[in-house]
Design a protein around this ligand. Sequence first.
Ligand SMILES: Nc1ncnc2c1ncn2[C@@H]1O[C@H](COP(=O)(O)OP(=O)(O)OP(=O)(O)O)[C@@H](O)[C@H]1O
Ligand SMILES: [Mg+2]
Length: 636
Amino acid sequence: MTETKLSEYLDYEKVLNEEQLRIVKEGEGHCLVLAGPGSGKTRVLVYRVCWLIEKGVLPSSILLVTFTNKAAREMITRVEKLLGSYPKGLWAGTFHHIANVLLRRYGSVLSIPANYTIIDEEDSLSILKKITETVETQEGFLKPSDIKKIFSLSVNTVESIKDVVNTRFPDNSPFIHRLETIWSNYQKTKRRHNLMDYDDLLLFCYKLLKNESVGAKISGNFRYILVDEYHDTNRLQSLILYQLARVNKNIMVVGDDAQSIYSFRGATINNIMEFTRIYPGAKIFYLDINYRSTPQILDFANKSISHNHIRYPKTLKSVREIGVKPVVVKCYSPKDEALFVSQRVFQLINSGIQPKDIGILFRSRYQSAELEIEISRLKIPYIVRGGIRFFEQAHIKDIMAYFRVLENIRDEVSWRRIFFQTEGIGSKTAERLVPYISGLKCFDELVEIAEKEEFGLRRATAVKSLVSLLKKIQGQKNMQKGITLIMDAGYSEYISKKYKDEIERYEDIEMLKEIASTYSSLEDFISAASLQEYAKGELTEGTSPLVLSTIHQAKGLEWKVVFIIGVSANHFPHPTSTMDIQALEEERRIFYVATTRAKEDLYITYFTRDFYRTFTNRPSIFLEEIPEYLYEKWNF
Ligand SMILES: Nc1ncnc2c1ncn2[C@@H]1O[C@H](COP(=O)(O)OP(=O)(O)OP(=O)(O)O)[C@@H](O)[C@H]1O
Ligand SMILES: [Mg+2]
């Protein structure tokens, strides 16, 4: 091995503690690093890569697998900074990314042409829809989105469709045979058109690695494999890693069983539990110093997770100076909660904290909506991590379109949205209606236009029902009821047909009702929604926006100040999980991941009035189970 010049910044002894240093220097062979949040697992991987490269290992023989491409990029940047130059050829990215590169390069041995197209969720669903129509189904048969969920779990957990259905969706057992037929047609269709969905990337990568001729060659190339967030890998990913590591037998994985939060996608902590069995002779390392959070935040987080029956109890000591206790803030309603958080954020920024050092986390996507309105009002730049801003989401825009035309009957953009989503009005009819919009004076004119243009009975009836719906909404003082009317008139069905994540979209719409209930005039409601577009313009180059994120998207990250909002019963833990102990424990892990993102200040907020202020609500069980001496109590 040729030694390259040591970077002057790379003083491993100084920047790593004893155990971290041992892992960086002695991490040969199979290694499992099992440690709690903030203990430097990710940091160890970064330094290990530097160490290897300094020792003369070719970057192209190192594979760094992370959970998101963004995390991979960040790690490469860190390595680049430390080494002083870009480690040319280093393999880094998500499982899907790596699988894609390998398949493009070697897929021909499986007769996969290198120019395949990767299809997204929507494409998959439309293929599945077509196939389902050709298979004899019966009343109550699954929707394409449910079928896809089952297929996806089957691929990722490496279980048969039959087993997945019987264990996770027993109500659908009568459909197993038909699902198997659809699966085989689905695979054939994709192969015929040279298409790959995300699951195929992993599935075929695994097949490729098991192939006698290329498998060993690929595996031989990777001398060192390093994996971050191993607790969130699924069975198929663990099998892929096993194949990748089989020649050089050098795989280092880092993880924390207490942070495993992706079981709904098939992730399993068994991968950690069984590591030493799968890789005999593996070394296990533990890290027990938390560098991220103050002792007060850590005490709070540790107490919370102690209610779970985790398999590897860990002791974590904070090395940070004494800070302040986490603050639990009781608010009246979601709106008040949003007011508290936005005002506090505003004060923090005024006192010199950068927006990028503040993270606002929530269990479910819909929970950020009120807050987005308030921080837009204060013109604080923000981004929504891993998602679209609340009011920019298609389904929210669809609903808002009805209110917009109520306010401005000549709003052509909104009319287009409405026409496209109305059952019975096709795109051709929409195009014929649109030219009339600029001269429209009242809704009834549309019915006259439909008659004059001789649309035919079906379309004319659809236009008539649309007009009657709009008039009904107009007649309602209450906008929240207006939304219910829109949903009942067909939009609810439209969502369930069109989207796989319809539950989340329904939740969003419930949230929209909640927001609507706090406005007394249509005009104010619409301006609040439009304000967000405005705030986006404020985001100029060089500003570092505040981050709003679901907890799932926040893993591995840290902020000086963290807010966790909506920690109320019925919202967090997610209502579907409270009856099932395993699901409840996963929710507690999610809460644990959230609290351990905070370095210095942690605010947790909940509200006591729910569902348009009609019900009283309690704080989340995750707050009730923490002794009061561990936090401060505020009322807003
Ligand atoms: N030896 C050390 N000296 C100083 N700071 C450290 C040390 N080890 C880790 N840190 C810092 O502690 C913080 C947490 O480290 P890191 O993100 O690597 O932890 P982690 O174990 O990967 O956490 P998570 O489980 O949340 O992913 C980072 O800011 C990191 O730079
Ligand atoms: Mg990490």
